[in-house]
Design a protein around this ligand. Structure first.
Ligand code: GLN
Length: 456
């Protein structure tokens, strides 16, 4: 009994009878595919693999290669240079449409053939051979194993690929494609003929979901920035002229291919892939679309659903005036105790746990804000049980604390690691390894500052 496998198997069984759609035959070799073949695979963020049906049947990656080669071009040239050559707007047209920007010939996006041919041509390499080798290595790193080319499908597409050649010639005439058209298109055909299984595609999708790091091998294949950009383009353009309906119904970045492959990415959750050759009129696998629509609904994965807020972040928020929590365990004499009781409201303690993103950071800062004293005080943040701070949140927290410090407050952080990193030039920022040390130091400071009470 294993719930993820059970769900995949159940969907596989139930949709096996769907007989709509037709196997692609414009590439003759693809027409030989078994229309009944049907496999599903899922790879989690821990690298756990789940599968059902024909998840190990090899087929050619076709257009599912496009997001990954686009990722390689982005990694090679950076986003601006790539954007100058290929757009990021849904074309609303078929995958092989001749839709180029008037004047420049720039293709609408890298998920349609025209844009994919340009993206392929942007990959660095001394010659076509080296460029293809880098593409194969990149696809392999995403999949977590060495992938090879189905030479028969490649030969079949090369023999019949005039439409793609025509597209490439048009782009070259408009100045949108450099180099030898024959070679560029040939590299693109080879890339489309790389052989994968549903399990491979699930690992590739999971690598995008995991911020560019393959969750099975651990290899950082592309940066998180690149992965994010690729998923964004998949979300708006991955399903050709069905991209809008797909985003509405399924709500996940996705990419389909004419051999029957389909991937979807649930960011920070998993990558999933389906193999089923019969396609609908838009060129998307019929059973694949049905299966992923069900998975998204069943597990509540639509990107636009508000993320659940189940975790408690702020575990304690108090000032020293209230009995108990904000006091260190240090034993004091009655006179000092009295002063701490009178002035202790100037020490604010907020303790938090778990991972911090925008919502959690805002909760912490709000807890501080409503307790911060009028006179200069000590803002003690116990972050010893915080496990991670997202980059943007660390900046948000640091900036807010630095602003409190500029108002005259002391920032006192208890954390096992150096986070958030002290903001440079903050008048008073102190880090301690635990709450006790942070509180004891703050009390000591308060007692020193109020020493004149005793002398007076
Ligand atoms: N190699 C195919 C082509 O260029 C890929 C198209 C696809 O998968 N949609 O026609």
């Amino acid at each position: 009994m294993e719930p993820v496998t059970d769900a995949l198997e159940e969907i596989c069984r139930r949709l096996a009878g769907v007989a709509d759609g037709a196997v692609a035959d414009y590439i003759p070799q693809l027409a030989l595919a078994d229309p009944a073949a049907f496999g599903l695979a899922l790879v989690s963020m821990d690298g756990h693999r789940y599968q059902a049906g024909d998840a190990h049947t090899p087929f050619t990656i076709q257009s599912v290669s496009k997001p990954f080669v686009y990722a390689l071009a982005l990694a090679d040239l950076g986003p601006d240079a790539v954007a100058a050559r290929v757009g990021a707007e849904p074309s609303g047209e078929a995958f092989n449409a001749i839709s180029l920007e008037p004047g420049t010939g720039r293709p609408a996006n890298p998920m349609v053939n025209a844009g994919a041919i340009v993206a392929t041509s942007l990959v660095r390499g001394a010659d076509a051979g080296e460029r293809f080798e880098r593409i194969r290595a990149c696809l392999s790193a995403f999949a977590g194993r060495a992938l090879d080319v189905d030479e028969e499908v490649y030969a079949s597409e090369a023999a019949t690929g005039d439409r793609n050649r025509a597209l490439a010639y048009l782009m070259r005439a408009a100045g949108a494609l450099d180099g030898d058209v024959g070679e560029e298109v040939d590299t693109y055909f080879r890339q489309c003929s790389v052989r994968v299984t549903a399990c491979d595609l699930a690992a590739m999708a999971a690598t995008l979901a995991h911020g560019g790091a393959n969750p099975v091998t651990g290899e950082q294949v592309v940066t998180e920035d690149v992965a994010t950009r690729v998923m964004a383009v998949m979300a708006t353009c991955g399903m050709y002229d069905r991209a809008g309906t797909w985003l509405l119904d399924v709500g996940l970045p996705a990419k389909s291919g004419v051999a029957g492959g389909l991937i979807a990415v649930s960011p920070a959750r998993f990558g999933i892939a389906v193999y089923s050759p019969p396609l609908d009129e838009a060129g998307n696998p019929v059973r694949g679309v049905r299966a992923l629509t069900e998975v998204s609904r069943r597990f509540g994965l639509h990107m636009m659903r508000p993320a659940g807020r189940h975790a408690v972040t702020v575990t304690e928020a108090t000032t020293g005036r209230k009995a108990g929590a904000a006091w260190s365990e240090r034993v004091r004499g009655p006179e000092e105790d009295e002063r701490l009781a009178a002035e202790g409201h100037r020490i604010v303690l907020v303790a938090a746990q778990g991972g911090l993103e925008f919502t959690e950071t805002e909760q912490i800062l709000h807890a501080v804000d409503i307790r911060v004293p009028e006179q200069p005080g000590w803002i003690v943040l116990d972050l010893t049980r915080v496990t991670a701070i997202a980059q943007g949140s660390a900046m948000m927290l640091g900036a807010a604390l630095a602003a409190f410090a500029r108002q005259g407050h002391h920032i006192v952080i208890a954390a096992q690691r150096d986070f958030p990193a002290p903001v440079p030039d903050t008048p008073s920022w102190h880090t301690f390894p635990n709450r006790e040390a942070a509180l004891a130091w703050s009390e000591e400071q308060l007692l020193q500052e109020t020493a004149h009470f005793r002398d007076a």
